[in-house]
Design a protein around this ligand. Structure first.
Ligand code: ADP
Length: 161
């Protein structure tokens, strides 16, 4: 059995909330693919390459965590890799509706082959999102409590402080 899981997302940028989910998944699966969605429709703050680099930096001590990118449908990417389980993090009720919808859609369009599992956020990070971090950094605020140092430095550079 392929004990691998795909953790897809924008990771724009990666936060301690994402890292907590990645570390917990790495304890329970042989391989965790952290897969950055290369989506032309969104206008991200960081390029895909920058997001991949930050993710690689912050997960370098985890041998079974692999950082990749993908385009298009998640099921096509998962099928290509022969990985049948997707991981998503749940913070609050506000995440729930969207995540449920995505999980059910993927299950349906894959013909019942692509499952989604959820890890609930550590309480410490339940408020934390990449959007909040970008917002604070855009006003030159201190983001050191939300992201590792290398990510904070990239944010400071991006916003010129
Ligand atoms: P997306 O744009 O696909 O929602 P994100 O990069 O914002 O991608 O998030 C990827 C996944 O990580 C989502 O499942 C999201 O709910 C989860 N996540 C984001 N922040 C946190 C957090 N603070 N704690 C737990 N899970 C989180």
């Amino acid at each position: 059995m392929n004990r691998a899981i795909i953790y897809p997302g924008s990771f724009d940028p990666v936060t301690y909330g994402h890292i907590d989910i990645i570390k917990r998944a790495a304890k329970n699966y042989d391989t965790v693919y952290v897969s950055v969605l290369d989506n032309n429709k969104k206008s991200p703050l960081f390029t895909v390459e920058e997001r991949v680099k930050m993710l690689k930096d912050v997960t370098k001590d985890y041998d079974n965590v692999v950082i990749e990118t993908f385009r298009g449908l998640l099921i096509d990417y998962a099928r290509e890799k022969d990985v049948h389980v997707v991981l998503r993090g749940l913070r609050a009720l506000t995440d729930f509706e969207y995540e449920l919808h995505m999980a059910q859609t993927n299950y349906l369009i894959s013909g019942g082959w692509l499952e989604t599992v959820f890890l609930s956020t550590d309480l410490e990070y339940s408020y934390l999102s990449s959007t909040t971090v970008r917002e604070i950094a855009s006003f030159h605020g201190d983001v050191s409590k939300f992201v590792p140092e290398c990510v904070a430095e990239s944010l400071y550079k991006k916003f010129g402080y």
